[in-house]
Design a protein around this ligand. Structure first.
Ligand code: ATP
Length: 373
């Protein structure tokens, strides 16, 4: 894997981003929650996978997060080591890694709850130092894995309590807006103790939105939720993404990261890789076309050997032919023509895709192997 994959910078911006960047430079990037939220039912089929990356710079042309050679040790134990990455405004950035990889400690460090041992970070435009802790905390929100709500208070009372801690002047307006954003307006007067785990998680999300955070840290937001509640939280995160909220999402759920995140990082004490899921798949794995025909080819070598963009081929035990290709789109038409010329009845020619889970397991397995050696 090249250095670009291991320590990437943000993708180049596109024309439409210039307008958004100037809006954000003018300080408008925190206006996203002003937009009336769409009901979750409109995306009930599940959040669409991300197809775009909006790596936007904020005021003064700086990204939302800049992390450089950051390390945290607890005595002899290294929680994470020499970690560097950037996150753009409006980006949903997935942070993945096995248990004990250092994810939560990274979030706690960026959230100024603990000090780094070495390296530097800039969060929402402010350098992470002990002195800057209060200013950074006022501009970010951190939603921990466990919601931590007062169960004997209502939803609205909980939010009022936290709005008071933030010393927010227009608390009532902000509470209404946050409840709308998570589709909980009609549950405002319910006791938190009477809510399901999924609804409590939505209250915690509303609480995290109260201060209009420049960066929203979500630590395993769907941990322990059933599939329906998980999907609701996914839909909410996707709707925040559509409104340009910058989200740092720690998760063990790879399908969640693939669905919600513009880019992902895989941490295993050191940062193993950062990139868009599709890029990571392409960097780590050979690309294949899977060819299905009605009857086995008499002489497959005569059909596939020498075709442009086809590097090698093999027949799978279950019947289909698997062609290693450099560019599936370029290879497929010539493969189809060669099959037709050979008199084969084509059932399908499709790229066989690796999942983000394949990428994750390959990297983490490599680490396990390296430790064994
Ligand atoms: P998980 O997915 O299980 O939550 P994680 O990736 O969030 O794991 P961390 O909780 O950040 O991992 O822990 C990273 C390492 O740092 C672990 O070895 C952990 O034991 C250690 N660690 C974390 N906090 C402390 C602490 N306060 N004192 C000592 N060691 C700690």
């Amino acid at each position: 894997m090249g250095d670009d994959a291991a320590m990437p910078r943000r993708a180049p911006s596109r024309p439409g981003h210039d307008v958004m960047r100037s809006l954000r430079s003018a300080g408008a990037f925190r206006q996203h929650l002003e937009i009336t939220p769409e009901p979750a039912t409109q995306v009930a089929g599940g959040a669409d996978p991300v197809t775009d990356t909006p790596p936007l710079d904020g005021p003064e042309g700086k990204p939302a997060l800049v992390v450089e050679h950051l390390t945290k040790r607890f005595g002899d134990r290294v929680a994470f080591d020499d970690v560097s990455f950037e996150v753009g405004y409006g980006e949903v950035f997935g942070f993945l890694g096995p248990n004990g990889a250092g994810k939560t400690t990274t979030v706690r460090t960026l959230g100024t709850l603990i000090a780094p041992s070495s390296g530097s970070a800039i969060v929402a435009g402010i350098p992470v130092t002990a002195k800057n802790g209060p200013a950074i905390r006022a501009r970010i929100s951190l939603m921990p894995e466990s919601p931590g709500l007062y169960l004997r208070l209502t939803v609205a009372e909980n939010l009022k309590c936290f709005a008071g801690l933030y010393q927010l002047a227009d608390a009532r307006y902000r509470i209404d807006r946050a409840l709308q954003a998570v589709n909980l307006t009609d549950r405002a007067n319910d006791l938190c103790g009477s809510l399901s785990k999924g609804l409590r998680q939505r209250v915690a999300l509303a609480r995290a939105l109260l201060n209009d955070p420049a960066v929203l840290f979500l630590d395993e937001p769907t941990s322990g939720l059933d599939p329906v509640a998980t999907r609701e939280v996914h839909d909410l995160i996707a709707s925040l993404r559509e409104r340009g909220v910058t989200i740092f999402l720690t998760t063990h759920r790879l399908e969640e990261a693939e669905r919600l995140c513009h880019r992902v990082a895989i941490l295993n004490t050191t940062l193993r890789v950062v990139g868009r899921p599709a890029e990571l798949r392409e960097q780590l794995f050979t690309r294949y076309l899977e060819v299905r025909v009605r009857a086995a080819l008499g002489d497959p070598g005569r059909v596939f050997n020498g075709l442009p963009d086809v590097d090698s081929w093999a027949q799978e035990p279950s019947g289909p032919y698997r062609l290693a290709v450099s560019d599936p789109d370029a290879a497929a038409p010539a493969v189809a023509r060669a099959l037709v010329n050979a008199g084969a009845d084509i059932l399908s020619i499709a790229e066989s895709r690796h999942s983000l889970e394949d990428v994750y397991l390959k990297l983490v397995d490599e680490d396990v192997e390296a430790k064994r050696r």
